[in-house]
Design a protein around this ligand. Sequence first.
Ligand code: ADP
Length: 258
Amino acid sequence: NLDIRLNITSNDELGSLARAINDLAFETNRYRTNRKEFLANISHELRTPISYLKGYSQVLKKGLYKTEQERIQYLEIIEGESERMVRLINDLFDLSKMEEGKTDLQLSATDLIEVLETSFSKVKLDLQKKDITLKRQIDKDIPYIEADGIRLEQIFTNLLTNAVRYTEKGFINVQLWNDKNSVHVIIEDTGIGIPENDLPLIFERFHRVEKSRSRDMGGTGLGLAIVKNLVELQNGTIAVDSQLGKGTIFRLSFPIAR
Ligand code: ADP
């Protein structure tokens, strides 16, 4: 730890220098802690699926199952956990590239409605499995936005997947309108919501409201961190509002293509 804390409070140059050094020490410590936590999180997230893989392959190898159904069930766990690891590794790779500024986005005039349709079709199956209605309130003549179609779709598929994942019944409402400079999107769900304390942290890597509720649902805890990075790389903004037990609203805006 950088245990520096200078007790100079004067308002002259020396005071300013002391404040600058204190701020720097604080930031450095925060960065180090953050990095340490990040690495600890990665090892934990990778160790968990691997321990399942190991455990269930041993069970199968030793023939420790009674029925064919049980055997299939164990194989499905192995399959699911492998898929989960692939997702995690892909997400990590994506995120680290973005944070290094190495993600190449091809920004051009993009039809957001078409992108949304693709995202809708990807979550359609999961929607049908639950008692959720998809509502759309899309204004007429929405202008194209300056964005990267593939990356834009990643954003909306991610947000919609979360909305379906964390909602049991009710609706998911997608609204779209524009003003002079931007196109605005709202994705609203009637799901379990996010506690107020978690809201400011929700876009941080690996932040989950309750570790188990998200893991059981197949989440990696990286989705929203990726979403936020992607939105900002396309000069957009994203904000979240939520009420526990009532639902969640994500608000996004993107610049209109010139
Ligand atoms: P995960 O892969 O775990 O879903 P995300 O980064 O996508 O990770 O989301 C972070 C956490 O935010 C989730 O674990 C979940 O607790 C919460 N969350 C995200 N979207 C919603 C939503 N629409 N409704 C309720 N909780 C949500």
